[in-house]
Design a protein. Structure first.
Length: 125
């Protein structure tokens, strides 16, 4: 599926890129890295630089991580180079590693959404 950057005030698309094979399940912005992170049905985490206002730097991902399972959510940490993803399990990732640094699982249930707490930075919800 496609990732589109919109100029909402002018109601027009600035940039369109092919982000994932299948649906894009979640998107999140990291102020620390000035990047967008997407997860999709193709079991990939993709990092997209998003510094240019016109979206010219969104042509290709700067980092792609192949995960072992389906992902439905992503949340970057506010001040550390860590991402949390959810789906079949909850995983913590460093931006530069291809394997999770920690995995949490609770039975057979899948998780639909995940967010780092903005005040208590070491709490996930």
């Amino acid at each position: 599926m496609q990732l589109k950057l919109w100029d909402v005030a002018k109601r027009r698309v600035l940039c369109t890129v092919q982000a994932h094979n299948g649906f894009v399940r979640a998107i999140a912005y990291s102020q620390e890295t000035s990047s967008l992170y997407t997860v999709g049905d193709d079991k990939l985490i993709k990092q997209w630089k998003s510094e240019a206002e016109d979206g010219s730097d969104l042509k290709a991902p700067v980092n792609t991580i192949l995960t072992g399972g389906m992902l439905t959510g992503i949340s970057p940490h506010r001040s550390k180079p860590i991402l949390a993803t959810c789906g079949e399990a909850c995983n913590l990732w460093e931006h530069t590693r291809a394997q999770p640094i920690k995995t949490f699982q609770w039975g057979v249930d899948s998780l639909q959404s995940i967010k780092f707490n903005q005040v208590e930075e070491n709490i996930l919800g």
